[in-house]
Design a protein around this ligand. Structure first.
Ligand SMILES: [Ca+2]
Ligand SMILES: [Ca+2]
Ligand SMILES: [Ca+2]
Ligand SMILES: [Ca+2]
Length: 318
């Protein structure tokens, strides 16, 4: 019989809740305030800067193409329309500085948009750049691009973009740019609304393929295999428990937070398996945004398949 290699990992979500607030969510930019252009009737009153000088097609803070509330930001030839002149090449921007508090975990940008435009020619682009970078009308930013080619979406749609962990503790400049060339186009131009940035604590942990959340104990996974679930937890991405060779095989991770303290037993029943390991980590093995790889608090590894460990766990955050 062909021998299978099973590497099973288990980790305990310890200290994942940094307590930014009760729900673990921080609003960095409110989609119903400045981000929704609802604070006032100009970009300036919403703490945005528009860069339109000399361009035919310009950004407006107005009431003509609204995704939520009473105002939005859109490109048009006047505040009263959301249409662009396709024969007049224009590159226009709106931007604002965003202060990202230290300690943020998964940081996501959300916004609503609606646009027709034209493939590879007339579209919106979203960028995040240092505050030393100031966009210029008529000039493409080509810096810090988060996403581009927003077009051909003529009903309001919410997009979300995960921002890099490194934004925490810094101030960055968020830029929306409209770009159109001087030939052929389809209206409407871009409209955006409800620009929101939120951070959720403890959810940036990337465990790759094969990640199972356990709601309550006792738990039985039933039959399974690590084959095909990728070697996501390995000696480069996580703390090695003992012999790196045992960590460097395909893995499956079960995540749980115990609700009561005491001893638990973790069994791997794999009589036909060969060279398995079973490891218990506290906190995210790969670190997430914190960059601190979780500790391997218990481990068994040998050339047999089945194995068992008895460990002490603490309720809640332990
Ligand atoms: Ca709005
Ligand atoms: Ca065009
Ligand atoms: Ca592995
Ligand atoms: Ca895996």
């Amino acid at each position: 019989m062909k021998s299978a290699k099973y590497i099973l990992l288990l980790f305990l979500s310890l200290g994942l809740f940094h307590g930014i607030n009760a729900l673990g969510q921080t609003t960095v930019l409110s989609g119903t305030g400045d981000g929704g252009f609802e604070t006032g009737n100009s970009f300036a009153l919403n703490n945005w800067t528009s860069v339109n000088t000399g361009q035919t097609n310009q950004w407006w803070c107005g009431t003509n193409a609204v995704g939520a509330g009473v105002r939005a930001a859109y490109v048009g030839t006047a505040a009263t329309n959301n249409n662009y002149t396709a024969t007049a090449a224009s590159i226009v921007h709106i931007y604002r500085n965003v202060v990202f508090p230290a300690g943020l975990d998964l940081v996501k940008l959300y916004f609503k948009y609606k646009v027709r435009g034209r493939s590879n020619e007339d579209y919106m682009e979203v960028s995040l750049v240092p505050t030393s970078v100031t966009p210029t009308a008529g000039v493409q930013l080509n810096n810090g691009t988060l996403a581009t080619d927003y077009r051909n979406q003529t009903t309001w749609k919410v997009d979300s973009i995960e921002l890099p962990c490194t934004v925490a503790g810094t101030t960055q400049r968020l830029v929306f740019s409209w770009i159109n060339d001087n030939a052929s186009g389809n209206n409407p131009a871009i409209a955006i609304d409800s620009v929101t940035i939120v951070s959720r604590a403890g959810v940036s942990c990337n465990l790759g393929l094969g990640n199972i959340n356990i709601g309550s104990l006792p738990y039985n996974s039933g039959p399974g295999t690590t084959c095909g679930f990728d070697n996501d937890i390995n000696s480069a991405t996580a703390n090695v428990c003992n012999d790196p060779a045992f960590l460097d095989g395909e893995d499956v991770v079960w995540t749980f937070t115990p609700t009561s303290s005491g001893q638990i037993t973790i069994d791997l029943n794999a009589p036909l398996g060969f060279a398995t390991s079973l490891s218990l980590f506290d906190d995210c093995p790969t670190g997430g945004c914190s960059g601190n790889m979780g500790n391997c608090v218990a481990n068994i590894e040998d050339y047999d398949g089945s194995k068992s460990m008895c460990v002490s766990v603490t309720a809640g955050i332990t």
